[in-house]
Design a protein around this ligand. Sequence first.
Ligand code: PRT
Ligand code: ZN
Length: 277
Amino acid sequence: MIRIAIQAKGRLSEESLELLKEAGIQVDDTKRKFLSQSRSFPAELLFLRDDDIPQAVALGVADIGIVGYNEVLEREQDVEIVDRLGFGPCRISLAVPKTVDYPGLEWFNGKRIATSYPNILGKFLKEKGIDAKISVITGSVEIAPTVGMSDAIFDIVSSGGTLVSNGLKEVEKIVFSEAVVISGRNPDAEKVKVWEQIKFRINAVRDSRNMKYLLMNVPNDRIDEAIAILPAMRSPTILPLAQSGWSSMHSVVAEDVLWDKIELLKEIGAEGILVLS
Ligand code: PRT
Ligand code: ZN
């Protein structure tokens, strides 16, 4: 039995649950408890605050965890990043009041910076030789300059809307984050085997999210050109149609190039094009 720690409630919890569910690790989340056993896989889910996930994994309370990379960096626990998941993208940035005529990092010398990420910020300032005072605040960091608690902030930014509505501007992007999978340093062999299974499933789910299944009819004398347009995972599937001179072609195509490929396929005479998720 492998134990997976995920965020109980917050920005990463739904997507973490959804990803595990698509990977065949389902729990009855309507009755979400602190610990829930999966009905479909030898795993149990431990629901925690995101702040506690790196430590839970480092201590072996959970075997693996899904958490923001920002928390992994901040908590400085002995864990390994084994996979990047792509959801929950954000950055941790330095922001100053929008009226500041910002000259560069030296502006922060002698300033007070409010943050919930003192370790990451402390290291960064030290590395850059900036002498600033760090004030640790756990919530609503963005209001600190307005109420006179700090001159600047170091906080998570996603769309940037929160900064703008608090009269701040982003001046330095320091860390880029996304949800990651972490594991302890020395998992036992049995757990590694189960984890490899989960990893395979997660990768398959993640890959399929960005892929589309494409079906079309192609004149037989243009098949070589169609294959050149559509290099699939191995190569496209081709089936003869009842109507002579035509074949049906099936392939898997990355979403970001799908429409360009379809234009090229139309130019070589492909018809009846269908796109499936
Ligand atoms: O209760 P718990 O401790 O588990 O949750 P939490 O409140 O500490 O974290 P939560 O649920 O807010 O975020 C979980 C994780 O989501 C973070 O650790 C990041 O990895 C990731 N993430 C992605 C974000 C954001 N985007 C985000 N926009 N975390 C927080 N924000 C906040 C940010 O703090 C700021 O207040 O959203 C605001 C900025 O958003 P924009 O879009 O206005 O720039
Ligand atoms: Zn938290």
